[in-house]
Design a binder for this molecule. Sequence first.
Ligand SMILES: Nc1ncnc2c1ncn2[C@@H]1O[C@H](COP(=O)(O)OP(=O)(O)OP(=O)(O)O)[C@@H](O)[C@H]1O
Ligand SMILES: [Mg+2]
Length: 349
Amino acid sequence: MAYLTLADISKNFNKNPAVEHFNLDVEKGKLVSFLGPSGCGKTTTLRMIAGFETPDSGVIELDGEDISNIPPNKRNIGMVFQSYALFPNMTVLDNICFGLRMHKMLKNQIVPKAREVLDLVRLSDTANRYPNQLSGGQQQRIALARALAIEPRVLLLDEPLSALDAEVRVVLRGEIRRIQTNLKITTIYVTHDQEEALSISDRVVVMNKAHIEQVGTPQEIYREPKTKFVATFIGTANEFHGSVCGKDSVKSAEFLIKTNNASLFADGDEVFALVRPEKIDVYSYKPENIDGNVLEGLVDTITFRGAETRLGIDIGEKVITADVPGKDVFSYGQRVWVAFDSNACQVLK
Ligand SMILES: Nc1ncnc2c1ncn2[C@@H]1O[C@H](COP(=O)(O)OP(=O)(O)OP(=O)(O)O)[C@@H](O)[C@H]1O
Ligand SMILES: [Mg+2]
């Protein structure tokens, strides 16, 4: 059963929709990400859950109770924002204790609880420091500790890592996931970083222009995007615009694509055929006996990416992106053949 439910939530600002017909069930103890481009309504949705904004219509239920008319400070929801928002004139310990005092925790329990959450974020040794004596990453850990101290029913994180550098971001998102899983705390995590969303979430809500495009596990979102927006916003996809031709092909401007995934469409329907770079094989010779799609081209770009190399292959009308394992296998201008299976391409409206 759902622990947190958003039922048909809409919100306008000056008649412009910020969130439209938002429906979501979140199970207890799960981490759900809101992922989408700037301005798509992520923060507005979060603020409605927290109670800082009131929906124009729809209902928000937490643990079976309609919380629409409960003020923010009575919802017992923890929040962490992009900016650290620690009190600069208080020590780390006092920053955490302050929230607990506001929460009317019994006096003799406050310091032990603050120390417990400091321990959880592995910063016990910073208790007596001031925020300006901590790194950005450490300050965000303290903000997280402060949000966790009140034992919130739901934890809301709004781009908590976006002000940090790439390396710290990766470490800290792992930490957030570790703590969230250990405490089994129901969490909504807002980000516009697809890799972040895919790597830490139980489920991802992909948003675009005030509405939900798709909700699913990271695997579903990546492997079975339901819309062209999802397919291209998440990961990289080679995109062929064309029309369905028979039961098993799509005729694009570039070539006739064989596919097993066009059967839901009618002959002549306008569609996009999408192929992920890792689904494409690259050969230095013309491969024989391939059941699927084979195209000839020239290597246009080579980008070493660590475990794989990303090739841009010019097939005349288009440059195809393909990921191949290893390094130094292909050279600029080399004649190659790209091949992909008729299962490899997804067909979307
Ligand atoms: N208080 C407000 N008054 C008027 N318009 C607002 C207000 N808050 C948000 N908006 C508008 O609502 C839309 C959604 O904003 P929101 O902050 O939810 O986006 P977001 O997905 O969080 O974007 P970002 O990734 O940039 O943080 C935007 O068009 C924004 O300009
Ligand atoms: Mg935002």
